[in-house]
Design a protein around this ligand. Structure first.
Ligand SMILES: CC(C)(COP(=O)(O)OP(=O)(O)OC[C@H]1O[C@@H](n2cnc3c(N)ncnc32)[C@H](O)[C@@H]1OP(=O)(O)O)[C@@H](O)C(=O)NCCC(=O)NCCSC(=O)/C=C/CCCCCCCCCCCCC(=O)O
Length: 721
């Protein structure tokens, strides 16, 4: 028995050293030696440290010396071996790792192993013949599903699909050796996937056509899923060698598309934000999280319900509190419904969630029941006085070490903390709606928040399977602060002559899940209206004589306020920027009433309507958002551009294949972003959001360094960090 270890399985060390090429040679040599040695009867391939392989080093794809090409010959060499080769899959077999396993004649997996071809998620396709071998092994529908989604499947599913021959609970390597010994002498021809035909489907053509339509609809401009379908189509239409040629061609297209780079940047950005840094330089190395054995959620509105669901799913016992029995019963019903639905989606069904057990989920109106929880998440509506009242109460009732979190999207954490006797334990946890679905958790530290509190909130994000991003305290924090100028531009464009559907279309074509007006209708226009009234920008507290389209000397659009005054709150009232089939309806249709209203509004205010092209719509919305991003970086509200990008991808529907707003700015070119902002700012001098930020100007002045160097050009360390 020859035992070959795949050296490209070690996470993370080997990945960091461009492993595929280096390992390929030793792999090749080993296999050739085994084939030539008459005393070797079979070969077993395994990984190291309990992991088969997570595939190629992703960084290698954007380095000038690419290593990937070397993998296909190895897979072919394995497959053509005259001695049975068995893969022993432990931990993960992903990407190139799974392609190696597909070259083997047999595959044995540990019951806890996971397998997948995640290349699509980094803008590529399985380019070491994976798109040609997998459909031959498990059929086109299952292969297409794995290849176009990149999902990791558990060993049990792999067995059902026929991707592995056996799963074991005990020692995988011993089991693989046992299998290898058993199959010595058996014909290998039927085990060579390249020689197998792709299993036929009665309606293959229609199936592939529909699959293409489906992935195109979901991909929102991302190329990789579509090209994955094309590669699998080649497997169904061409002989193996020609299919491989097509796969290579499509891989080359993706590699040079720019989208692969953006998606790979996003992969590493998401990991980089886990390494948070806070005031005084605290980080994981200096702060340990506190255990969260029991949590409480205050307020069972839309956000609170989602947060409770998230905690239950993470197996954290929860006390859910409402102000009175009426709200409590309404909230309880809604939470139970969400949990039932979540349980249905989970493998083990309702038993795995155990939410009928009061020790795991308790509903109450009694604040005193919060005396023993480790963490409270307040999720009442955005009202500073109410939040302060609750935090004052919490600091009296909760045990001394309990962490007090506020789910706010904009309010000042320091002011909320000032209502307690323990500001060091107060932290912002900004969930995104629906909170049990959306991956982002913005974690906001205040002036007194302790490193332990930050570490605990980050650990909570991980437990909830969310992406926690640590940011500083300012109005709107990172995500909403960048969103304000974007939405403001969208509304100004309507004043100047555009229509909601035109603006939404441009931004949806760019790749946003939903344009700003459809989003506003979905979230409810009344939310912003309430906040503007509280800020004194509209409503009874607005000083008499304030010009209709100006606040504090800056341009202001009263359009959203006027819509609210007409009772047009969006989907919930059946009318907003669009009209809907009924109150609560979801199908947005352009509304002639709104078009007339806009014309009258322009007449009233003497605005000359003009045609606004797609370029201007896109640039004014995106560049003002990016401009705010530079301000945020310069003020030290976030530690780096990756933080902003991760927030936008995971919380605001920014298209991942464009890498996030700051990455996008770097691909457009900072000089272009600056020049366009200068142009628009000259045309609209009363709009501060279009005035180029000093940090952007500085970066252009130093010849636009790569994004990862931006922060080193900040002249002073911000007080926030
Ligand atoms: C599930 C994981 C593996 C582990 O998850 P977890 O335990 O949560 O840990 P993480 O925090 O995610 O990771 C730990 C650290 O490891 C780093 N890491 C992980 N995976 C990789 C990787 N693949 N590369 C580099 N680094 C990696 C990670 O960043 C963490 O480090 P740090 O904290 O950032 O410092 C999970 O990590 C995971 O899912 N990983 C990704 C797995 C993946 O996507 N694999 C597929 C990679 S692509 C591949 O394998 C391709 C193979 C073959 C390509 C063959 C190409 C042939 C081309 C032929 C045609 C050529 C035409 C060319 C024409 C032309 O040139 O023009």
């Amino acid at each position: 028995m020859f035992h070959a270890q795949i050296p490209f399985d070690r996470i993370p060390h080997q990945f960091k050293s461009g492993l595929l090429c280096r390992s390929s040679q030793s792999e090749k040599d080993g296999l050739k030696k085994a084939d030539a040695d008459p005393s070797v009867k079979a070969v077993m391939i395994c990984g190291e440290n309990g992991k088969f392989s997570a595939g190629a080093d992703i960084r290698g794809f954007s380095s000038p010396k690419r290593h990937g090409v070397a993998l296909s010959p190895i897979v072919s060499l394995i497959e053509s071996s005259e001695k049975p080769v068995v893969a022993a899959i432990e931990g993960v077999a992903l990407g190139g790792g799974l392609e190696v396993a597909l070259g083997c004649h047999y595959r044995v997996a540990h019951a806890k192993a996971r397998m997948g071809l995640p290349e699509v998620t980094i803008g590529l396709l399985p380019g070491a013949e994976g798109t040609q071998r997998l459909p031959r092994l498990i059929g086109v529908p299952a292969a297409l599903d794995m290849i176009t989604t990149g999902k990791h499947i558990p060993a049990t599913e792999a067995l059902k699909l026929g991707l592995v021959d056996e799963i074991v609970e005990e020692n995988t390597i011993e089991a693989a050796i046992r299998l290898a010994n058993k199959v010595i002498g058996q014909p290998l021809e039927p085990r060579r996937l390249s020689l197998k035909p792709v299993p036929k489907l009665p309606n293959m053509e229609a199936f592939l056509r529909e699959a293409l339509v489906k992935v195109k609809r979901q991909a929102r401009g991302c190329l990789a899923p579509e090209l994955c379908v094309q590669a699998v189509r080649a497997a169904t239409e061409r002989p193996f060698a020609e299919g491989v040629r097509r796969e290579r061609e499509l891989f080359g297209l993706l590699l040079s598309s720019g989208q692969a780079q953006a998606l790979q940047y996003a992969f590493f950005a998401e990991r980089a934000v886990r390494r948070w840094a806070a005031p005084g330089g605290a980080s994981w190395s200096s702060a340990a999280p506190q255990p969260v054995r029991k949590a409480a959620v205050i307020g069972l509105g839309t956000m609170g319900r989602g947060i409770v669901t998230s905690l239950v799913k993470a197996n954290i016992p929860v006390v859910a509190l409402e102000q009175d029995l009426e709200y409590l019963n309404k909230g309880r019903k809604a939470v139970m419904l969400l949990l039932e639905r979540e349980a249905m989606k989970m493998e083990g069904g309702a038993q795995t969630l155990d939410f009928h057990n009061p020790a795991r989920l308790q509903f109450t109106v009694d604040f005193d029941l919060l005396c023993d929880v480790d963490l409270v998440i307040e999720a009442v509506f955005e009202n500073m006085a109410l939040k302060k009242e609750i935090f004052h109460k919490l600091s009296k009732i909760c045990k001394p070490g309990a962490l007090l979190c506020t789910n706010t999207s904009a309010l000042n954490i320091d002011e909320i903390a000032s209502a307690t006797n323990r500001p060091q334990q107060v932290i912002g946890t900004h969930f995104f709606s629906p909170a049990h679905v959306m991956r982002l958790l913005e974690i906001i530290y205040g002036r007194h928040t302790s490193p332990t509190a930050i570490a605990t909130a980050m650990q909570l994000a991980k437990a909830l399977k969310k992406v926690g991003v640590v940011v500083g305290n300012c109005f709107g924090f990172v995500g909403n602060r960048m969103m304000f100028p974007y939405v403001q531009q969208a509304v100004f464009l309507l004043e100047e002559g555009s229509r909601p559907e035109a603006v939404d279309q441009v931004l949806e074509d760019f790749g946003f899940k939903i344009g700003p007006f459809r989003m506003s209708d979905l979230a409810g226009l009344d939310v912003g209206w309430r906040s503007r009234k509280e800020q004194g920008l509209t409503g009874p507290s607005l000083a008499a004589g304030t010009p209709a389209r100006q606040r504090h000397g800056q341009r202001y659009s009263p359009l959203p306020d006027l819509l609210c005054e007409q009772g047009r709150f969006g989907q919930k009232t059946g009318k907003g920027w669009y009209q809907y089939e009924r109150a609560g309806g979801r199908t947005a249709t352009p509304d002639p009433w709104l078009h007339d209203f806009l014309s009258q509004y322009r007449d009233t205010h003497g605005i000359q309507s003009r045609f606004i092209d797609q370029e201007e719509i896109l640039e004014r919305c995106l560049f003002s958002l990016i401009n705010e991003g530079f301000a945020i970086l310069a003020e030290g509200i976030a530690s780096g551009p990756e933080h902003l990008d991760v927030i936008y991808i995971n919380g605001y529907g920014w298209p991942k294949h464009r890498g996030g707003p700051m990455f996008y700015a770097s691909t457009v070119g900072l000089p272009r972003v600056l020049a366009k902002l200068q142009k628009y700012s000259e045309a609209h001098p009363d709009v501060p959001g279009l005035r180029p930020n000093a940090f952007l100007k500085k970066l252009v002045a130093v010849r636009s360094p790569p994004l990862k160097e931006w922060m080193s050009y900040l002249s002073h360390q911000s007080p926030k960090l």
